[in-house]
Design a protein around this ligand. Structure first.
Ligand code: ADP
Ligand code: BMX
Length: 287
């Protein structure tokens, strides 16, 4: 599908915005996300980025955000350590008031999953999962060609499943989640460095990175048992970091063959959330 319009991908670490023409990102900007900002401040940043990209009110606009987006379009941080100022925020209504009726919002990993399923690494798979290893660990499930959703927007939040490698309290309120072992904030905390990027660049924290990869491999095995996945794509800056996927594959070797789907990198790399947000907005528009 060759969509044109604008898209935003607001993650726990960075907020990216793009102008997309005929399915191609033709201009892209990004800014660090303010994890403490409230919805109005986040929307002001979105408006600035869109303005710089030449957005005019009324153009198709997809906004993907970290956190769950319920069917009313309200936005909720699940891990309240990632976004501290977002609780039942009326994002859908606010975006439509500010940018027009063609603005839509969706969870970031759900958007990325749909884009990968349609245009990227998930093409041809019947039951497909996208997993982002980024600030947190997120996911989206496209089963029999349909993106799985739920009224409360929680569907697909695979990072909040449990792992036997975890015993810490997660910002979601659950104990021992995959996110609390494998996500960027967890990696940084385990290494005592400011962020996960610094941990990778340091080079001396292989066991911390490996534990993250092991938790993701276990998650892939569990999801495969439940959903009969035939392919999984990994995205996010950690999922796409050199050597990370290979570590996940090594741990997956410990699983019986039945629980080992194909595991591949996200083909749209850092643009899957942007592309998926616009796809969803355009489809919602067309009814
Ligand atoms: P977001 O979570 O905002 O969607 P990313 O997918 O970029 O954004 O994930 C952010 C996490 O990835 C942070 O923990 C950051 O430190 C880490 N990161 C960013 N770049 C790299 C890199 N080149 N290698 C490893 N980790 C990285
Ligand atoms: C968390 C959760 C998900 C999100 C995932 C990846 C919050 C704020 N976010 O599991 O909704 O999809 O992180 O997001 O609860 P990212 O910020 O790592 O890209």
């Amino acid at each position: 599908m060759s969509v044109s319009g604008f898209a935003v991908d607001l993650g726990g670490t960075k907020t990216a915005a793009a102008r997309i023409e005929h399915g191609q990102v033709v201009a892209r900007l990004q800014k660090a996300t303010d994890a403490g900002a409230d919805m109005d401040a986040q929307v002001a940043v979105i408006a600035d980025l869109l303005g710089e990209l030449g957005y005019e009110n009324g153009a198709p606009l997809g906004v993907a955000v970290t956190g769950r987006v319920d069917r009313q379009g309200d936005w909720h941080a699940i891990n309240t350590g990632t976004l501290r100022g977002i609780s039942a925020a009326p994002l859908g209504t606010t975006l439509r008031t500010r940018f027009g009726a063609r603005a839509h919002c969706v969870n970031d990993a759900a958007a990325a999953a749909l884009a990968e399923a349609r245009l990227g690494a998930g093409r041809g798979a019947y039951n497909f999962a996208f997993i982002t290893v980024s600030t947190g660990v997120g996911g989206g499930l496209v089963l029999g060609g349909r993106l799985i959703d739920s009224g409360n927007g929680l569907a697909g939040h695979v990072g909040f499943a449990g792992t036997r490698l975890g015993d810490q309290l997660c910002g979601s309120g659950r104990v021992g989640t995959v996110e609390s072992v494998a996500g960027g904030r967890a990696i940084a905390a385990a290494a005592g460095l400011p962020d996960a990027r610094a941990v990778f660049e340091h080079g001396g924290f292989a066991p911390v990175i490996d534990r993250s990869a092991a938790a993701i491999a276990g998650l892939i095995g569990d999801l495969t048992a439940i959903l009969g996945l035939d392919r999984v794509a990994l995205g996010g800056s950690i999922g796409l970091a050199p050597g990370y996927l290979a570590r996940v594959m090594r741990h997956l070797e410990d699983e019986p063959a039945l629980f080992r789907p194909e595991v591949v990198p996200a083909e749209l790399t850092h643009d899957s959330g942007l592309m998926g947000a616009l796809l969803i907005a355009v489809e919602a528009d067309e009814g």
